[in-house]
Design a protein around this ligand. Structure first.
Ligand code: HEC
Length: 91
């Protein structure tokens, strides 16, 4: 059956992206509208979402070159897609 054969991780899931952001990024970035504190150096995800050229490829590229003090996060492509979709949803 076609539907059953799709791996769950391959589907773009904004909620999954939010979980990833909360787990890996929230210590420095404001990752959702209700979050009130983060480090002042890191741009809020709502601002990153409005960067004109923001997309999944750019996010994947940025994550390959971790920014200052950011722990290396190993995310697979489906997870980066979910994260990018989630960030875009904050626009
Ligand atoms: C230890 C703190 C820290 C963590 C954790 C962190 N960031 Fe950042 N991030 C920063 C800081 C500080 C900046 C701004 C400085 C810079 O751009 O180098 C930044 C900038 C960014 C930018 C904009 C970069 C650019 O050049 O436009 C993106 C996108 C980003 N972070 C994504 C993420 C994602 C996604 C995660 C979680 C997987 C994450 N960050 C986790 C500190 C952090």
């Amino acid at each position: 059956m076609v539907f059953a054969s799709a791996a769950p991780a391959a589907a773009a899931e904004p909620q999954n992206g939010k979980d990833i952001a909360t787990r890996w990024c929230a210590s420095c970035h404001l990752v959702d509208r209700n979050q009130t504190s983060a480090t002042y150096q890191a741009p809020p995800f709502g601002q990153i979402a409005r960067t004109p050229d923001f997309n999944q490829n750019k996010l994947a590229f940025l994550l390959l070159m971790p920014h200052p003090n950011m722990p290396t996060v190993a995310l697979n492509r489906a997870e980066v897609a979910d994260l990018a979709n989630y960030i875009r949803s904050l626009r």
